[in-house]
Design a protein around this ligand. Sequence first.
Ligand code: KG4
Ligand code: ZN
Length: 355
Amino acid sequence: MGAPSKPLTVLGIETSCDETAAAVVRGFPPGPGEILSNVVMGQAASHRPFGGVVPEIAARAHVELLDAIIGQALDEAGVTLDSLDGVAATAGPGLIGGVMVGLVSAKALALAAGKPLIAVNHLEAHALSARLSAGTEFPFLLLLISGGHCQLMAAEGVGRYRLFGATIDDAVGEAFDKTAKLLGLPYPGGPQIEALAKEGRARRFALPRPLLGRDGADFSFSGLKTAIRQIVRAQSPLTLEDRNDLAAGFQAAVVDVMSDRVSAAMQMFRTAFGVTNGTSRLVAAGGVAANEPIRTALQQLCREQDFLLFLPPVELCTDNGAMVGWAGLERLASGLTNSLDAPPRARWPLEELAT
Ligand code: KG4
Ligand code: ZN
């Protein structure tokens, strides 16, 4: 199917983790698109007492919040269900209870309004967020770093992804969250660690850089977390200074590993696509891409390696409905819609999308 002649308008619904979100986006591929509304209701406060996301609490909160949030997204965008071209929702991967809430709501709206349903892969939504914000052309190297995912892959087109490397244990966001917990900081830990690290001395504690310099583009973070745990035990009770220094040391180790692994993937990308210098593209997406020192390190690396860097704005890096609406819009523009029996999936690797 060729490019649509008029812009498409799509409602996007996101409920796969602990953000209840809905948004309306308008445009056509490759973007940039227009975000007519983007309503995100975080549930972090409900999960904080437990130190992480509790699936049952998340699912119940989505049920309570979603209707009003969809209504608000449509109101703020100034559109009605009738004027939409499609209804998109995250169909996985994610916490299955939450995914079911969002997907079933999207099916009901699509059926009632007689609009196509688009079952969106959450990872593809993160992947395409740079097309929404900046119209990034394919192919691009994608660094997907979030609470549940840590991968480097080539994005060749809608639904077409080639994996270069992934974490062999914890996702990087998970490592931020677990380290924060060890330091007695509330969930979600990423922003907390980033704030403390500003006051800390990164070199006070010797911390490992797992897989640094190794072949391939895989990641590993469990060794780093274990090293932090041992230091926490030895230093206990931690002073504020200890906490700041550990946060700074952890973040510096993550930045070093990230730069090294991305650099390896850049070589793999060049080998695979033969892209000449200056036109290779790197997109960073996912909640951890909100981290300022990581953003700075990626900017530096792209200067050195002659890659163009696309960093979506922070509100499009963490979970949101606009990226889901946009991924839905891109699929709709390619004729890739779903029937009302599209299944919710807890597990749904991006490389399986093509099939
Ligand atoms: O993409 P996201 O909102 O949800 C998932 O799909 O996982 O990512 C959430 C993750 C959490 O682990 C959170 O701690 C991390 O992103 N995060 C950060 C920052 N902001 C969010 N990690 C490091 N620095 C940040 N500023
Ligand atoms: Zn996410």
